[in-house]
Design a protein around this ligand. Sequence first.
Ligand SMILES: *Cc1c(COP(=O)(O)O)cnc(C)c1O
Length: 395
Amino acid sequence: MSGGDDDKHLRPASRLVRGGRRKEWTGPVVNPPVWRGSTHLYDTDADRHAAGGNNADGQFFYGRRGAPTQWALAEALTQLEAGAYGTQLYPSGVAAIAGCMFAVLKPGDRLLMADNAYDPSRSMATGLLARMGVETTFFDPRDLDGFTAAVPGAKAVWLEAPGSLTFEMCDVPALAAAARAAGAVTMIDNTWASPLGFAALDHGCDIVMMSLSKHVGGHSDLMMGSASAGKRWYTALRRTAQELGQVVSPDDAALAARGLRTMGVRLEAQTRSALQIAAWLESQPQVARVLCPMLPSDPGHALWQRDFTGGCGLFAFVLASNDPAASARVADALQMFGIGYSWGGFESLALPIAPATYRSVMPCGTGGAPALRLAIGLEDADDLIADLAQALALV
Ligand SMILES: *Cc1c(COP(=O)(O)O)cnc(C)c1O
C-alpha cells in the first residue's frame, strides 16, 4: 500500500514504531486491533457492488482481502522497504516464495536459482515448478561471469544473500544488473538481513521476499511471509495471491506487527552477541572455521560491508573433528540452546547441518565436516559462550 508517505523522511527506527498505525485503523488505541471477519457488511446493495468493483488496497470487501489488522502490517513493511510500492502477506515464508514464483513464471520459462538458496526454495524449483513446465538452472552466485553467460533467455533469477546454512555472500547489485540487462526479473529471499540490514530493491532487485516467522515475529510463535515490490510487480503479486486465495489470520498479523516494533533493537542486540560469539569460536581449537559474513575473516565480508547496513544472530561453524557424530554431540550437550528449526526468536537455537545434500554446483561451505548453525537469541553472550565452551570440550 502506498499510504503513509508522510513518514518516508524518517529513519528506519522511527518507521518501525509508526508504520501502519493509521488513526482510522487503530481508533483510540496504540495497536491496530484484531479485526476478525469473513463477512463484511454493507449498508445497501449498491455499496456492495461498489466495493466489489474496487480492488484497491485498504478497501473493505470480504475477509479474503483482509481488514485493517493485515493492511496495517503490510503498510508498515512497505514503509520499511525502500523502493516498495506495496507488500503482499502470505501464511508462511514458503507460501511467499510460491507467491513470487507464480506471479512471475509461466510454463516454458527458465529460472536461474542461486545454488545456496533455502532448501524448500530449491525443492519448489525441482518439484512444483518443474511439474508446471518451468526449467530451473542452479548457479554459483559468486561466479558473476558464469551467471552473465547463463542469464540470457531466463525469465527470472532467485537470489539469497547470505545463502542458507553456510552464509556465502554474493554481489547482489552486479547479479541484478546483469539480470536486468538480459531482461530477467530478480527476486531475492532477504529473510536473513530484513529491510533493516539490506535494501534489496535499492540494490537492483525487483521483488524482495521475507519469512516473517523469523525476525519480524521474533518470538517463535507464528508463521508468515511477505513479498514487497515496486508498482508493477506488486500488482502481479497481489493479483496472484488473490487468485490463490492467500490470506493471513488477523491474530497472526497482530502478533507479527507487535514483533515488528522491537525488531530493530532485537537485531542490534543479537548481531552484537553473534559477533562476540563468532569471534570467540574462531579462536577455539575444536573449531575449523566460522561461516559468518559479519566477521572480517570471512570471504564475503567485503560485500557484506559494502551493501549491508546490519546483520543478525544467525551463522554457522565447522568443527575440526572428522567424526560425523560430533555436531550432534555438541548440540545435545548445549544447555542454553534449543535444538530446532527456524530462527530469529528471542531464544538461542543450535542445529547440526549437512548442507552438501542441498547443493548442485557450489562446493558446500563445510567441506563435508561436521558443522552447526547457531541462532543467537537475547540471552547474555557470556553465558552462551560458557555453554558452548563446555559442549565443545566434549569433541
Ligand atoms: C525459514 C526460511 C524461509 C521459510 O519461511 P517459513 O516461514 O518457515 O515458511 C525462507 N527463507 C529462509 C532463508 C528461511 O530461513
